[in-house]
Design a binder for this molecule. Structure first.
Ligand code: NI
Ligand code: MN
Length: 230
């Protein structure tokens, strides 16, 4: 079994794991200026939301309704989704883990803020650490500052792939993301949350070069629409 990732720009990824389709932070065209497709072209069995901000949730309700996918999010976001008529949700909260058909998800600490697009408080932001059934460990940091708590992930064995924000301004920037990659002991990194809007413009290739040079960690820079197989 392999994991097949597709990047849609900003923080939006799909993962296909043994036929199960996951979508992380659905933000598609035209809401997401980088996304090559609109949400009506996307298939999903599970949708994972890291926090409430519109650049992570704008297409969540539409995608959940068109696919019937189960949305995994924190308790507050799940309440909001249910009020929007989303049929299937699985509430979690920070530090908790739960086994799904594709693997085990742990909701991790993220230092950020979180409100939903209509201003509803969305609880605490989070990341996701996923232990897939094939044994691969993947960390989606979500929107977060660099935090020393990330070392706990490294101490627990590290990850095969870390998807880290590098945009700066709203999240950690490239220098802190290099430290984050070390903290979680990532074997491979994919940068995210950059170049969508002027305040988060970054040179992802320079980040990749810095990572390889300092730590000999593999880094793959994906253009929106590009795939990656782990
Ligand atoms: Ni955010
Ligand atoms: Mn964001």
């Amino acid at each position: 079994m392999s994991l097949h990732f597709t990047y849609y720009g900003h923080s939006t990824f799909t993962v296909e794991a043994d036929g199960v389709k996951l979508v992380i932070d659905p933000f598609f065209a035209p809401n997401n200026p980088l996304a090559p497709v609109a949400v009506d072209k996307i298939e999903a069995d599970f949708i994972l939301l890291t926090h409430g901000h519109a650049d992570h949730t704008a297409d969540a309700v539409a995608l959940a309704k068109q696919t019937g996918a189960t949305v995994v999010a924190n308790f507050e976001i799940v309440n909001w989704l249910q009020n929007q008529g989303v049929p299937s949700c699985h509430p979690m909260n920070t530090g908790g883990a739960y086994s799904f058909p594709f693997g085990r998800i742990k909701m991790t600490i993220a230092h950020h803020s979180s409100t939903l697009p209509d201003g509803t408080p969305a609880g605490n932001p989070a990341g996701y650490l996923i232990h897939f059934n094939d044994g691969s460990d993947v960390y989606f940091a979500g929107d977060t500052a660099l935090t020393y708590d990330m070392k706990l992930i490294g101490e627990a064995g590290g990850v095969d792939l870390a998807i880290l924000p590098i945009g700066d301004n709203f999240t950690m920037g490239p220098d802190d993301a290099v430290l984050a990659a070390q903290f979680v002991q990532a074997k491979h990194v994919i940068p995210a949350h950059y170049n969508t809007f002027p305040p988060i413009k970054q040179d992802a290739q320079a980040f990749a070069a810095q990572l390889r040079r300092i730590n000999e960690i593999e880094c793959t820079v994906l253009a929106p629409g590009e795939d990656f197989t782990l």
